[in-house]
Design a protein around this ligand. Structure first.
Ligand SMILES: [Zn+2]
Length: 316
């Protein structure tokens, strides 16, 4: 057997922890119930299996993966895993850990979480674009390009849970608009809707160096989620090489092996250049956001699909 269910988690927190109730997070109580279920029905394996090229995996096995290096992972996830003797793999980024920056994607998530009517928000983004020099026709062209789901064969990510307006807003604010314009618009919207300064908001939002060392001291695994949390699939080969090199320096900083390491593609975005670069730089395997049971059969080791924690919601 080489099949394994790789489960993907993002925010895991208790209800009282965050004032952003509409944010898409897994409640800590549900997390514990899910772990009970997994422990009863699966072999919850050590994620180091991702670096071992093993194919004799017991039936019904799973591993747990945690993206983006949120503070939740040390405050809620880590103590619970430790108590149960379960190991997980965590994918923090360099800019949040070493440079105290906040990811654009997290700002966008929070803006979206407090705006129920996504159509009105699109209109607001359109107005802001126009005030900053984009023509109505260019905005419409972007709408046509980014509001539809990419074709099945594309390596561009799809999203299993978002409606069309949300998909468009995420895409346009994360990469669809030119960088300085989208950063400007995100800042304006964040200020208007979240109402606290970004640097205050980002304080204690992510794992810091001590948190990561604590995870490593307790035999948890750290993998790469790139340094800058980028859409690798949209970068040139040289840009990808530079980004992944920087990601390796991040692993080096924490004395994580750079001979046998695991990549987790931000936004599930990659292409054939990414895989070539990873091979060259001694990466052992990479996980995506495609929802399927993974197969550690060597052929697809750089395109391992993952199940989302929500896929297990109805089981326990
Ligand atoms: Zn991410």
């Amino acid at each position: 057997m080489s099949k394994i269910e790789i489960i993907m988690y993002h925010y895991v927190r208790s209800k009282n922890y965050s004032k952003y109730k509409k944010l898409n997070y897994l409640d800590f109580k549900s997390f514990k119930k899910q772990l009970d279920y997994l422990e009863d029905n699966y072999n919850v394996l050590d994620p180091s299996i991702l670096t071992q090229k093993k194919t004799n995996i017991p039936k019904k096995s799973c591993i747990l993966t945690f993206d983006d290096g949120y503070k939740d992972h040390i405050d809620f996830v880590f103590p619970e895993l430790k108590k149960r003797g379960i190991k997980g793999i965590f994918f923090p980024t360099g800019i949040t850990t070493l440079e105290n920056k906040i990811l654009d994607t997290n700002l966008v998530q929070h803006i979206l979480s407090v705006n129920k009517n996504k159509y009105l928000l699109i209109k607001e983004v359109e107005t802001l674009c126009m005030e900053n020099g984009l023509s109505k026709i260019d905005f419409y062209k972007k709408y046509m390009k980014y509001s539809v789901n990419p074709k099945k064969k594309s390596t561009k990510p799809t999203n299993r849970y978002d409606d069309q307006n949300t998909i468009f807003l995420k895409r346009i604010l994360q990469f669809g608009l030119e960088k300085s314009l989208r950063e400007k618009i995100v800042k304006i919207l964040f200020k208007k809707y979240i109402k606290i300064p970004i640097n205050k908001f980002s304080k204690n939002f992510y794992l810091n160096k001590d948190d990561i060392n604590k995870l490593l001291d307790n035999e948890m695994m750290i993998g790469s989620h790139t340094f800058n949390h980028v859409w690798l699939g949209y970068l040139s080969k040289q840009e990808q090489f530079k980004e992944i090199k920087q990601s390796i320096e991040f692993l080096n900083y924490f004395k994580v092996s750079t001979n046998n390491w695991v990549m987790c593609y931000p936004f599930g975005s990659y292409n054939s250049n990414t895989i070539n670069v990873l091979k060259k730089l001694n990466c052992s395997s990479a996980v995506t956001t495609k929802s399927k049971i993974a197969d550690l059969n060597a052929k697809k080791i750089f395109e391992l699909p993952r199940k989302d924690t929500n896929d297990y919601k109805d089981l326990y």
